[in-house]
Design a protein around this ligand. Structure first.
Ligand SMILES: Nc1ncnc2c1ncn2[C@@H]1O[C@H](COP(=O)(O)OP(=O)(O)OP(=O)(O)O)[C@@H](O)[C@H]1O
Ligand SMILES: NC(=O)c1ccc[n+]([C@@H]2O[C@H](COP(=O)(O)O)[C@@H](O)[C@H]2O)c1
Length: 262
């Protein structure tokens, strides 16, 4: 996907609260550039604590894959950081994670956006509901995407973008509600990026019934995650943000572990 040529976000994702929330659409391609394709919006749900180069790379891989192997045209990409109610050990607070995602998206991409809706909810929101939120905002509130010839409006296909480890948890009994899996994989679909350490066939083991809706993206080059992370952080504002707010220090972790016990 090429630059949407839109200006900066009218309102920073990290400045949004439940009271002033507005769905970020400043980089969403409102009119398709290509005829005869279905508009596609990619949504990555996760902790992003902190966001790394590989989270961003997943989107570029998915965009290339969609262009070459499918009839979709990617019209938008969103990071949706999980809320504090997720209570995973060691997570920085949601507002910091949203801000880091925002810095990374602004610095390194011309099309990615951060939607803080999930992050600002007081309760944990299951991923199926997060995808419903995107469906509602894009296809109901915004009325879908204008076709390339300007003649019709088409609903965008919303798809989950995730790493193989996440899809592996879907094959693990008890982690996901069966009806949520049917909704996510049956109605939306997923693009899954191979990840070293996860056997993709095993990860997809119990999900065969939805295989037509699951696109597996193979990594030509396996990444050395930690060194790549370090390179991103040194170059980008994210490392400065982590320093400035003293995130991921011992005291910060102790704070979040304390919270977890409450
Ligand atoms: N190296 C990678 N290759 C493929 N997918 C990745 C990679 N790193 C992260 N992802 C995917 O990005 C999404 C968000 O990841 P998330 O921040 O929740 O966890 P994580 O990056 O695995 O970090 P943690 O160590 O905190 O679990 C998930 O779908 C995850 O599978
Ligand atoms: N039942 C569910 O909807 C469900 C279960 C497990 C993980 N998830 C999501 O997966 C993402 C990644 O989670 P982890 O960082 O724990 O791997 C998070 O966004 C989380 O909300 C959702």
């Amino acid at each position: 996907m090429t630059d949407n040529a839109a200006g900066p976000a009218p309102q920073a994702a990290s400045a949004m609260t439940l009271d002033n929330y507005r769905f970020p659409a400043h980089r969403l391609l409102r009119q398709q550039r290509t005829p005869d394709r279905t508009p596609l919006v990619l949504v990555a749900c996760g902790s992003f604590s902190p966001i790394t180069y590989l989270h961003l790379r997943m989107f570029e891989m998915a965009n290339d894959y969609a262009r070459i192997n499918t009839q979709y045209e990617v019209v938008g990409g969103y990071l949706s950081p999980v809320s504090d109610a997720y209570k995973k050990a060691g997570l920085a607070e949601a507002h910091h994670r949203v801000r880091m995602c925002e810095l990374a998206a602004e610095e390194t991409s011309s099309w990615l956006m951060v939607d803080p809706w999930e992050a600002i909810q007081p309760e944990y929101t299951p991923t199926a509901k997060v995808l419903d939120h995107f469906e509602y905002e894009i296809n109901h509130n915004l009325g879908g995407i204008l076709s390339e010839d300007g003649e019709t409006r088409k609903p965008a296909r919303i798809m989950l973008l995730a790493g193989a480890d996440l899809i592996g948890t879907m094959s693990t009994p008890g982690v996901w509600a069966e009806k949520d899996l049917a909704h996510i994989l049956g109605n939306y679909g997923a693009m899954i990026v191979e990840r070293s350490g996860t056997d993709i066939d095993e990860a997809l083991g119990n999900l065969k019934q939805w295989e037509d809706n699951i696109h597996v993206l193979t990594q030509m080059i396996q990444n050395n995650v930690s060194s790549t992370k370090i390179r991103l952080f040194l170059k980008r504002d994210v490392i400065q943000y982590i320093d400035q707010h003293k995130l991921y220090t011992d005291s910060d972790e102790a704070k979040s572990k304390g919270k977890e016990k409450q």
